[in-house]
Design a binder for this molecule. Structure first.
Ligand code: TUI
Length: 321
């Protein structure tokens, strides 16, 4: 499957693994890249030594391109941005802010720069700054999110930029992939689907919670802090919502979230922030990184064939009328 994204990133299939903070390590990223997608090591909240180790781990698993993600709200973002160049990863994605300050250094080093955006205005700004592509991530996604749905965001971004667009947020299988392509995307990024695969080292309790999730089981917390986060409903999320409704100060609310991801990572899926996207309900199997990617691409191709036939038949019928 060839698109501008596969060409740009030097990958076989236009499927990118979303950077999940404290979860997406070199083991997952290496497996995804080896399977023909693009694996990304999530550097949000990570120490530089850990990042070095994980890049080495991914390199040991594959000789294909890999990526690093810089979480821009991370106090260590400057340091991580330098590591991107030093470690020589082929691709960098960014989230939760504008990577304007790092763009020049990355471009000069020949790194492909792919910011995640939640609006067409930011997408246009990124293109002007020299971004090679953007990920348009809708509010269906897990973790830190914007306001627009994937359905509204992908076409809006595609109208504003001429660089290729990767769709994200709510994409879990071939149906979602084809839908994103119909809206103008040339690649997809999936996070939630990779949570349950064999190569993902997230705590077993987190995997079980994703596998058991129904479509109404995600909730957004933190709107009051200006940093909304989508995750699975649990005691923590209920308490956050209660505090938000009681109109606590921003500071008090920030206090609620401190350490919440660390608790979930440690396996406390009741009192921690178990980030996941709305499509958690559609994740009913564990699988492997390679299985997820090939299955998704095969399904999208099969569906494209069918809908092309349907379109052709419709057009033929209109012709006769
Ligand atoms: O970044 C994400 N998702 C994330 S980051 C993360 S780490 C975390 N850990 C603990 C608490 C909270 C977060 C978990 N999930 N996705 C990419 C993304 N970026 N979505 C939305 C945005 C975004 C939002 C606003 C990008 C830019 C922006 O505005 C920037 C500007 O300057 O206009």
């Amino acid at each position: 499957m060839k698109t501008r994204i596969t060409e740009l990133l030097g990958i076989e299939y236009p499927v990118v693994q979303g950077a999940m903070a404290r979860i997406a390590d070199g083991g997952l990223a290496g497996a995804v890249s080896e399977a023909g997608g693009l694996g990304i090591i999530a550097c949000g909240g990570a120490r530089p030594e850990w990042i070095r180790d994980q890049v080495a781990r991914a390199r040991a698993l594959t000789s294909k391109p890999i990526g690093m993600n810089v979480m821009l709200m991370d106090p260590r973002a400057d340091e991580v941005a330098e590591l991107v160049v030093e470690l020589g990863v082929e691709v960098v994605t960014t989230g939760a802010g504008s990577p304007a300050n790092y763009m020049k250094a990355w471009k000069e080093a020949g790194v492909k720069v792919v910011p995640v955006v939640a609006s067409s205005a930011l997408a246009a700004r990124m293109e002007r700054l020299g971004a090679d592509a953007v990920v348009a991530e809708g509010t269906e996604a897990g973790g830190h999110i914007g306001e627009l749905t994937t359905m509204a965001l992908i076409p809006a971004v595609c109208e504003k930029v001429s660089i290729p667009v990767i769709g994200a947020g709510g994409i879990v299988d071939g149906r979602g992939m084809l839908a994103a392509f119909a809206l103008g995307a040339e690649g997809v990024q999936c996070g939630t689907r990779f949570l349950t695969v064999e190569e993902c080292g997230v705590h077993e309790a987190w995997k079980e919670k994703v596998l058991a999730a129904k479509d109404s089981d995600t909730i957004v917390t933190g709107r009051g802090t200006g940093h909304p986060v989508r995750g699975l409903k649990n005691k923590f999320a209920r308490e956050c919502r209660k505090m938000e409704l009681a109109a606590q100060s921003g500071e008090e609310l920030e206090g609620m979230y401190a350490g919440s991801l660390a608790r979930a990572v440690a396996g406390d899926v009741e009192n921690g922030s178990v980030m996941a996207g709305q499509v958690a309900a559609l994740v009913t199997e564990r699988g492997t990184a390679a299985g997820v990617i090939t299955e998704m691409v095969r399904e999208a191709e099969a569906l494209a064939g069918r809908s092309m036939e349907a379109l052709a038949a419709m057009n033929a019928q209109r012709e006769r009328a």
